[in-house]
Design a protein around this ligand. Sequence first.
Ligand code: ATP
Ligand code: NCN
Length: 189
Amino acid sequence: MKKVGILGGTFNPPHTGHLVIANEVQHAYGLDEVWFMPNQVPPHKTVDVPISQSDRLAMLELAIADNKQFRIEKAELERSGPSYTYETMKILKDMYKEIDFHFIIGGDMVEYLPKWHKIDELVRMVKFVGVSRPSYSTESSYDILYAETPQMDISSSMIRERVKGGKSIRYLLPDPVRVYIEEHGLYGT
Ligand SMILES: Nc1ncnc2c1ncn2[C@@H]1O[C@H](COP(=O)(O)OP(=O)(O)OP(=O)(O)O)[C@@H](O)[C@H]1O
Ligand SMILES: O=C(O)c1ccc[n+]([C@@H]2O[C@H](COP(=O)([O-])O)[C@@H](O)[C@H]2O)c1
């Protein structure tokens, strides 16, 4: 059975933290591919800085371009309303019956898991793989898998703040994404 990791996110913008956890979990669990899945409307947070879907998608394409085992899954971009993972995974599991899905989440999302939509059904439907993130725990009362990854205190919000404050973002994210942000004047550049 083909094993696929899904890294769902807002990717506003994608950064090195996303790429490292995807790569580490891929190797820890022998995943054939990792699909990066941008959400349409994040279920639990408001997007404070206006960003177009096409900019988020373009940055994600640039971020994963050099890895043939990474690809983008657009299921949530094609559906309006909050991107509940339960609804998405029901659709994907129906479409790809031969795939064993592993949903990758950082420590902040592990802590938030009890509040996810239909979480009891969802944990029976897909395997979750939790990775640690500075300031968050990966302990959960749900039966989830874990992967050890290097800890990186990088977040999309930190990158947005740094751009706004005129600070360098070099090396916190792939260089083509940094150039895209600058050329398109995103986040107040
Ligand atoms: N540095 C990191 N270490 C571990 N996990 C991370 C890291 N950054 C993001 N993740 C995980 O990646 C997934 C997608 O994250 P998302 O796109 O929301 O980025 P973010 O950096 O958390 O964004 P923001 O700062 O805007 O909230 C989530 O499961 C999140 O926990
Ligand atoms: O389904 C839910 O209730 C739910 C609640 C919070 C987060 N998620 C998903 O978890 C992934 C990471 O979320 P975010 O907001 O950090 O980008 C993304 O795919 C979200 O759609 C899903």
